[in-house]
Design a binder for this molecule. Sequence first.
Ligand code: HEC
Length: 157
Amino acid sequence: MPKPITLALAALLLPAAGLALPAVVGAAAPNQVIKQRHHNFEAMGRAMKGTFDEFKRPAPSIAVIQAHANVLADAALKVKGHFPKGSGPESRVKTEALPAIWERPADFAAAADRLVGATRGLQTASATGDLAAIQKAAGAVGGSCKNCHDSFRKAKA
Ligand code: HEC
């Protein structure tokens, strides 16, 4: 009769599992959110590269640039939510996020807002089809990436 034994085992193991759960979630959560933000930043990096590659073509496609602008604007909105407390270097997960993010939250939020504004600017400029305006707006997006990285991302050694 294996069933009752299995049940008895489950009853024995369950409280232990219940106790262990918060610690496990605590350890796994930073890992997950750091992975998500890396993916999001990588998507932004690709969209930026795609945009600037398009500028180099003899006849840049406005539709392609618009698609990149939409990716950037969506990704920009996620940045603030990707840095919960506990997801910095103290999580021991590999990250280039600097403690300044949590020490100066208002400044970090402002840097994230600047990105959101700049990506909206790129969307607006893309909709006009005016290449000079689009290039200027893309430059402003790049400036907002650098602005945040300069203060909040660990510099490459
Ligand atoms: C509000 C701050 C902020 C803004 C704005 C920002 N970044 Fe970052 N970025 C960071 C931080 C912090 C990290 C380090 C994240 C980590 O390692 O956990 C990072 C990391 C990255 C990475 C490396 C991701 C990886 O897999 O390690 C790329 C690529 C990147 N950013 C691209 C961009 C681009 C492109 C823009 C602009 C379109 C941008 N970022 C705007 C803060 C920002």
